[in-house]
Design a protein around this ligand. Structure first.
Ligand code: XIL
Length: 359
């Protein structure tokens, strides 16, 4: 066939179109709303009978379109991985930095998602100005009250729930030595819940910790400690199980952690779920099909255990990141999340589908 000028122009037009439209698929920022995955696959929020979500990175949410699209398609609850921690919200005395937290709040509201606030009091997120603070016990209580009242008050009626105190117990069940314990005493835990409750009486307040699946001692210590506080009238409504776990942990231990926590009668949240493959952090670790199969099976067990809980007690599952390249464990190296580095669903994603009998 002889190529005429018209043919050439048509060809050029199509070539240009293909190049431009495929370049829209990269992740230069929000704008395109292409479905992130095969649209015949039912998304997580569609199949679960409880909220399902992820901890979000602000830079990825702002700059990576595919990330944003996966979050919108798959999840109905979100948590700030870091943006609502004290070091980020309160960099210096009497100064607050709300930009990222506000951005997340607006994103959640635009997309009809719930926000789970994380976290008000945590020994690993204490700003330098607080560490250096010289006041007496009463002044420290006032500092804690001001901080909690300001943060919870700002989002009153908008943030559904808060991790009020995070990781206050050691594995042997005794109080973790933290600056709050030193300056205020164990009473800091009750006070934090009381202040949060006063600032937003409708917010659901959690005690959040890790280790329930690997230590029966810690599991019992967390539940007993929280129930003692509840009996004394401290406004704690739920217990968060972080569940940073790995494929070498037995499914039964994971299930026991969830069911024993539910037996307190409080609300249960699997709050920071990731299932590591490379528990021993071997630099040379290579992913194997067998490990991915175990990972899927563990996700299925947790998703199924949560399915058994009554709705009133079920705050759902939050994974600690979206794709493997977001994970706080990625440099171990590890691949503990539901989506791969390209945000494609991994084998373990379908563990949720199996738990709900969905193909
Ligand atoms: C981690 C974040 O994932 C990291 O990006 C950050 O550097 C440190 O904190 N338990 C918690 C979370 O409650 O807040 C922690 O998140 C992981 C352990």
């Amino acid at each position: 066939m002889k190529l005429t000028l018209t043919h050439l122009l048509i060809l050029l037009f199509f070539f240009g179109f293909v190049v431009t439209s495929s370049s829209c698929d990269d992740d230069k920022g929000p704008g395109t709303d292409l479905p992130p995955i095969d649209s015949t696959v039912k998304t997580l929020k569609d199949i679960t009978n409880y909220p399902v979500g992820a901890a979000l990175s602000m830079s990825k949410l702002k700059n990576t379109t595919i990330y944003r699209n996966v979050v919108k398609a798959e999840f109905n609850t979100i948590t700030a991985e870091n943006a609502m921690k004290m070091v980020n919200l309160s960099p210096s005395m009497s100064q607050y930095k709300w930009d990222d937290a506000d951005y997340l709040m607006n994103f959640a509201e635009e997309n009809n998602m719930r926000i789970h606030g994380h976290c008000l009091v945590w020994h690993n997120s204490v700003p330098t100005w607080v560490t250096n603070y010289g006041g007496d016990k009463e002044a420290w209580k006032k500092l804690l009250r001001n901080y909690i009242t300001t943060v919870v008050g700002r989002y009153k009626g908008r943030i559904a729930s808060w991790d009020v105190v995070n990781e206050a117990l050691l594995d042997n069940g005794t109080p973790r030595p933290t600056i709050w314990l030193t300056k205020i005493g164990w009473e800091y835990v009750s006070l934090a819940f009381q202040y949060a409750h006063e600032a937003d009486p409708d917010a659901v307040l959690f005690y959040n910790d890790y280790g329930q699946e690997y230590s029966k001692v810690k599991l019992a210590a967390i539940n007993d400690t929280v129930m003692n506080l509840v009996k004394r009238g401290v406004p704690i409504h739920g217990i968060g199980l972080q569940m940073h776990t790995n494929i070498n942990q037995s499914a039964q231990n994971m299930i026991d952690a969830i069911t024993a926590t539910a037996q307190t009668g409080l609300i249960v949240h699997v709050s920071e779920l990731d299932i590591a493959l490379n528990r021993d952090k071997k630099p040379e670790y290579q992913v194997s099909p067998a490990d991915l199969t175990t990972q899927k099976s563990r996700y299925r067990s947790i998703a199924a255990a949560m399915r058994q809980l009554p709705a009133a007690q079920n705050w759902g599952i939050t994974t600690w990141g979206v794709g493997d390249s977001d994970s706080w464990l990625k440099s171990n190296p590890d691949f503990p999340l539901l989506f791969d580095t390209q945000y494609k669903p991994k084998m373990c994603y379908y563990g949720f589908h199996e738990a709900f009998g969905v193909n």
